[in-house]
Write a protein that binds this ligand. Structure first.
Ligand code: GLU
Length: 304
């Protein structure tokens, strides 16, 4: 096996000096305070090996990466019934695109675009006793780390400026695809997006998806077929309208967020988390995409 540590270190050392680091998301004002020069990588191998470099210990806003975690939680208790309210096709559109939802009668294309994540949030609101607390505890158990929290400032900042998300939620509600109120769904959604984690916590949280549903603490959270399906959705829908490009360049299931995080995994082998807050034009971490492309090309570790 390639020496993963030296491959990651050399990718990091090379990219950290790159002049073009992308552009920090500013449509959520609180996110615009991030430092463009931050760059961290953390890899958790299924055999227990861990490699990290750069700013892997600094927490950042995981944003849309949280959609995979809410989906995992929802699938763990309603499984197939979820797919009556949601599809699993790539959208080929930006994460907050509206018109497709109207054309398709309020059934979101997939759970990883905003509309789909709101339907999943609605399911969690209907099934969890204390939704925000219970979901946070779920994430803490997955990561085996009780220090993980919501960043209330980021949640409030998005609430103030999330006009498009209000439009999406209202459209879903008008089609009868939200059972709870628009305000409740959005409050939950803005909080899940405002989860704050560092690269290590993210790798640990996603470990179960590389390990047939079993987390680092050996708790079986999902069945192996459920984990397989979530990985398939990440591969086809995890990168907005750049999902095809990510599969082409990197070849791993993964998910990005506008906070500049990307988590990707090779089933039965490893999870890798990268954070660099500068985004490319499609809203994905610019250095993160490049680092992962170089990593899978140099190591030959991809699903293809
Ligand atoms: N909270 C963000 C939004 O809804 C998530 C976007 C993302 O990370 O893709 O706009």
């Amino acid at each position: 096996m390639a020496d993963l540590k030296s491959v990651l270190t050399s990718i990091y050392s090379h990219l950290i000096h790159q002049e073009n680091k992308g552009v920090i998301a500013s449509y959520i004002p609180e996110l615009s305070k991030q430092d463009i020069n931050k760059f961290g990588i953390h890899l958790q191998h299924i055999n227990g090996d861990v490699f990290s470099v750069g700013d892997w210990q600094i927490p950042f806003s995981i944003q849309s990466i949280s959609k995979v975690l809410t989906l995992s939680k929802a699938i763990s208790f309603i499984n197939n019934n979820l797919w009556k309210r949601l599809d699993v096709e790539p959208s080929g559109n930006p994460f907050n695109y509206l018109s497709l939802l109207e054309q398709e009668n309020g059934i979101p294309r997939n759970p990883l675009i905003n509309a789909g994540a709101m339907v999943v949030a609605d399911v969690l609101l209907s099934h969890l006793k204390n939704p925000k607390t219970d979901f946070l505890n779920y994430v803490r158990v997955l990561a085996n780390d009780h220090s993980i929290t919501y960043d209330e400032k980021v949640a409030a900042s998005e609430k103030e400026t999330g006009y498009k998300n209000y439009a999406i939620a209202n459209l879903l509600k008008s089609f009868g695809n939200l059972k709870n109120s628009v305000d409740e769904v959005l409050d939950f959604y803005f909080h899940q997006c405002a989860l704050k984690m560092n690269c290590e916590q993210l790798s640990k949280t996603f470990f179960m998806l590389s390990n047939k549903g079993k987390c680092l603490n050996h708790i079986q959270h999902l069945t192996a077929p459920q984990a397989k399906r979530i990985n398939a959705i990440m591969l086809t829908c995890g990168f907005y309208d750049e999902a095809g490009e990510f599969a082409f360049e990197v070849g791993l299931p993964g998910k990005s967020g506008v906070g500049g995080g990307i988590v990707a995994l090779l089933p039965n082998q490893f999870v890798i988390s990268i954070w660099s807050p500068g985004l490319n034009t499609k809203g994905n971490s610019l250095l993160g995409m490049q680092a992962l492309e170089q990593f899978t090309t140099k190591t030959n570790l991809s699903i293809f």
